[in-house]
Write a protein that binds this ligand. Structure first.
Ligand code: KG4
Ligand code: ZN
Length: 353
């Protein structure tokens, strides 16, 4: 069974072909990140325009890299939510059109659920991928941490899951992006904070960890504001000082200490809740998914605090990609789930798990 996956929920235009829910045959990604870097965050209109430009080339490239013809593709899977409306629309309309013209079943995939399924890919002939050597087992505890989501989910089986908790404000990746902007590091903030933090002292500043009423919920907006106040204090300016001029007044060593102190606390916030959920539910496996799963402090902190090895995949499959969508599409197809109507499938920007 071979599924073509299409993903356009944010600023990556991505397509991939996956076989039998475990073998990666191709994965192509065009990112408009460089354009958004000029503004310090994703500009929805620019992302949507860029998807229009890249969607057909990415699908063509995914098929040719996989050495597959349309006749060999069993179904198409596409992200229909959550995400930016204009971005989702391009992927969904492309998938709907192809499903009709090529006469293929169409599966509508939840982007956040898709992130978890990147961890089910265990083999590929493509160079440059390090994949887990076995698929995760159920019950499965999944920590999904990205620019748009921070969620802790317990999967009892495929398609049978409970959302244990989620962020009540900013997503953790968004907090990395905003803190990077405050201290003048380039977008996307996650990798730049991690890089700056290497030479920083992660205990230099004590920053607050939010205490939420929901047992497994997260919050990052207070931490972000605390970093802003800290940066103002270190720069010797007041609350009213323009924040875009703040970073010019901070030395590289202060920036590194702020980056390291922030990274330690932000990661500890999600690790604390994951450990609590592990103790309560005793899952067979724990996976981390989403762009922030590429963070090495997260991998180290979780590994040292859990009694079992954690599962994660290649960093290229942690950030948005078509392979995770195709993989979940394989399981939907394999379970004979009802396909979506290619004439009417709509986007769902606020889709939750
Ligand atoms: O999953 P993703 O590509 O897009 C969403 O669905 O949001 O995640 C992108 C997010 C960005 O906020 C980026 O700053 C963050 O993942 N990120 C990281 C790292 N690499 C990417 N955050 C922390 N550490 C990293 N190494
Ligand atoms: Zn994502």
């Amino acid at each position: 069974m071979k599924i073509l996956g299409i993903e356009t929920s944010c600023d990556e235009t991505a397509a991939a072909v996956v076989e039998d829910g475990h073998r990666l045959l191709s994965s192509t990604v065009a990112s408009s990140m460089d354009l958004h870097a000029l503004y310090g965050g994703v500009v929805p209109e620019i992302a949507a325009r860029s998807h229009i430009e890249y969607i057909i080339p990415m699908i063509r490239q995914a098929l040719s890299e996989a050495q597959e013809e349309w006749a060999d593709i069993d179904a198409i899977a596409v992200t229909y939510g959550a995400g930016l409306g204009g971005s989702l629309l391009i992927g969904v309309l492309a998938a709907r059109t192809l499903a009709i013209v090529k006469r293929k079943p169409l599966y509508a995939v939840n982007h956040v659920e898709g992130h978890v399924y990147a961890n089910f890919l265990t083999d590929t002939a493509l160079p440059g991928y390090t994949l887990p050597d076995s698929q995760p087992r159920f019950p499965l505890l999944a920590l999904i941490v990205s620019g748009g989501h921070s969620q802790l989910v317990l999967f009892r089986d495929h398609f049978d899951y409970t959302l244990l908790g989620q962020t009540q404000d900013d997503a953790i990746g968004e907090a990395f992006d905003k803190v990077a902007k405050i201290i003048g590091l380039p977008y996307p903030g996650g990798p730049s904070i991690s890089k700056a933090a290497i030479i920083g002292n992660d205990k230099k500043y004590s920053l607050p960890k939010a205490n939420m009423s929901g047992r497994y919920d997260f919050s990052f907006s207070g931490l972000k504001t605390a970093v802003l106040r800290l940066a103002q204090r270190e720069a010797g300016v007041g609350f009213e000082f323009p924040s875009r001029e703040l970073s010019a007044r901070l030395s590289d060593s202060v920036k590194a200490d702020i980056a390291a102190s922030f990274e330690r606390i932000a990661i500890q916030t999600v690790v604390d809740k994951t450990v609590m959920a592990y103790d309560e539910f005793s899952p067979a496996d724990v996976v981390i998914a989403g762009g922030v799963a590429a963070n090495s402090v997260l991998r180290e902190q979780l590994s040292s605090r859990l009694p079992c090895p954690i599962k994660y995949t290649d960093p290229k499959l942690c950030t948005d990609n078509g392979a995770m969508i195709a993989t979940l599409g394989c399981f939907k197809f394999g379970a004979r789930q009802e396909a979506a109507d290619a004439y009417t499938l709509n986007i769902a920007p606020d889709l939750s798990m």
